[in-house]
Ligand binder design. Structure first.
Ligand SMILES: Nc1ncnc2c1ncn2[C@@H]1O[C@H](COP(=O)(O)OP(=O)(O)O)[C@@H](O)[C@H]1O
Ligand SMILES: [Mg+2]
Length: 501
């Protein structure tokens, strides 16, 4: 803070001036420090109310399969409450109340049952009613600085990049979807950067799509492409029940540094408990809601909803529910819409704006299994579906999207009449091309018999060529329509220089 003398003996005026400047600088510094402290403490200080008003104690009575009966909890706990079991080796194991039987609460641990024995002490933190509403079922304190990080469903970092700063506000893991009447409408159309989707399943911000595919057909690659090329502020990715090896491959190969830089990835691998796998989906939704409430355009990707439902099935069966459709207890199909409905447009804010969660939920389907109950339920809830087909992948056309079976329900409202005509024409040609393809391959096709078949033979392969896309490639929405127009007019699918319209 010392000002070097400008002359051997400074004048009184100069000294006064220097002192005044130093004072001002000190005041500004102190103001900045106070401001930094205020914002830091709002981020890191636990809120006063999150201290429990008491602790209830019980005891493990018996254990069967994946759940334990606990005494002393019946009158104060409810379904979804979290208790802590003191294991025989002294570890605290978090568990959730999943059912009640006679005088006991049935709990399932978030980790393994190892080290839990009959007689282990169980505790439950009691909060007043208001706090209970806010905290029950678990919360996540999301912070904007989590972007670029990989976390487990409890919000712990698992990427070895050091600790995470918790946010000041809590996000409920099991929050309800926004009220239908206060919810914004779908936003403008969104550029997904993937040609087949931009053209044949054009989407709007806040739309929710299902991605139906078998294993190894190119789901992870497509999801990675979507993160890198979709126009969004932040992406939240939930990996539910993947193998550990796949997680690293997805993050390093499919997302890559560019994708990771705008993503929060929530992971629960296949070896984690059913509760953890279920929570991987809820935590991702909570994180997406945090960014949505800041008015951001969020891309949510979940891989896969099927594994989320399988986790629900394990929990339901352990709680004593009867298996119904394909072993799935009925609660799975009432829980699923509540999860999927949370994605979509956010509530309208005071300024008339709203954040949006545009979502893609992957569903595992093997073969043409129409009776798969999860696929059936998801198809009915979402605003569109993208079907990936093994035979297309086997023919080497990636992304292996079967455009004729894929559909976006918002298309009528988001395409101009010219664009709509282009897409309808391309669909018609692809359908006919599908019918005559085999004949052409066998050399049995006779040109001139049917003009629409002739057109399909001429243009079908070019359209297929157009929607083939390498992993690192991306094409904007307008350019996609330009390219399709070019193909339909000339039958050439080569690189098109986008022109101003
Ligand atoms: N766009 C693409 N371009 C080239 N190859 C692809 C593309 N998408 C998928 N593949 C191939 O398909 C394989 C399986 O893809 P992956 O995304 O891991 O499938 P899934 O997640 O459905 O199991 C990849 O190893 C890759 O060889
Ligand atoms: Mg995969």
């Amino acid at each position: 803070m010392q000002t070097p003398p400008t002359s051997p003996s400074p004048s009184l005026e100069e000294v006064k001036h220097a002192v005044q400047a130093a004072r001002e600088e000190a005041a500004a510094y102190s103001g900045r420090a106070q401001e930094a402290w205020r914002s830091m403490s709002s981020l890191i200080a636990p809120s006063r109310e999150s201290v429990p008003i008491g602790v209830l104690e019980g005891e493990v009575l018996d254990i069967s399969g994946l759940s334990a009966s606990v005494s002393g909890m019946r009158d104060f706990t409810g379904i979804g409450d979290r208790v802590v079991i003191k294991a025989l080796d002294g570890r605290d194991i978090m568990a959730e109340v999943v059912a009640f039987k006679q005088h006991c609460a049935i709990v399932m641990p978030y980790g393994s049952m190892e080290g839990i024995g009959a007689g282990c002490k169980v505790s439950f933190s009691l909060y007043d009613r208001q706090q209970r509403q806010k905290l029950s079922g678990g919360v996540l304190q999301v912070n904007a600085s989590w972007v670029g990080r990989v976390i487990d469903p409890t919000g712990r970092p698992i990427d070895g990049k050091g600790s995470l700063l918790p946010g000041g506000e809590v996000q409920k893991l099991h929050a309800s979807p926004p009220e239908a009447a206060t919810r914004a409408r779908l936003g403008p159309r969104i550029d997904l950067g993937v040609k087949a989707m931009n053209l044949f399943t054009t989407c709007r911000e806040g739309q929710r799509l299902g991605l139906f595919a078998g294993s190894g057909v190119g789901k992870s690659t497509l999801l990675g492409m979507l993160v890198r090329s979709t126009e969004c502020d932040v992406a939240v990715i939930s990996l539910v029940g993947e193998r550990g090896r796949e997680v690293r491959e997805f993050i390093e190969d499919d997302l890559g540094p560019d994708g990771m830089a705008k993503s929060v990835v929530v992971v629960a691998t296949s070896d984690t408990s059913a509760l953890m796998r279920r929570e991987a989906a809820y935590s991702a939704l909570a994180a997406a809601e945090y960014f949505r409430d800041q008015g951001k355009s969020v891309l949510l990707l979940m891989d896969s909803v099927t594994r989320f439902c399988q986790a629900l099935r394990e929990i339901g069966l352990s709680a004593g529910e009867p298996p119904a459709t394909r072993g799935y207890p009925p609660s799975v199909f009432s829980t699923l819409p509540r999860l999927l409905e949370r994605a979509g447009p956010g509530p309208l804010q005071k300024n008339g704006q709203a954040g949006q969660i545009t979502a893609v939920f992957s569903v595992l389907v093997e073969g043409d299994d129409q009776n798969e109950p999860v696929a059936d339920a998801v198809r009915g809830i979402l605003d569109g579906h993208i079907v990936m087909a093994r035979d297309i992948a086997e023919a080497g056309r990636y992304p292996a999207i079967d455009v004729l079976k894929s559909l976006s329900r918002s298309v009528p409202g988001c395409l101009s009449s010219d664009e709509n005509a282009l897409v309808q024409k391309a669909r018609r040609i692809l359908a006919t091309w599908g019918d005559v393809k085999d004949l052409v391959r066998l050399g049995a096709y006779k040109q001139g018999a049917d003009p629409s078949a002739d057109e399909a033979v001429q243009l079908g392969p070019a359209i297929e060529q157009l929607i083939t896309q390498r992993k690192g490639e991306t094409m904007g929405l307008e350019d996609c329509f330009q390219a399709l127009k070019h193909v339909l007019e000339t039958g050439e699918s080569g690189e098109v220089v986008p022109q101003a319209s």
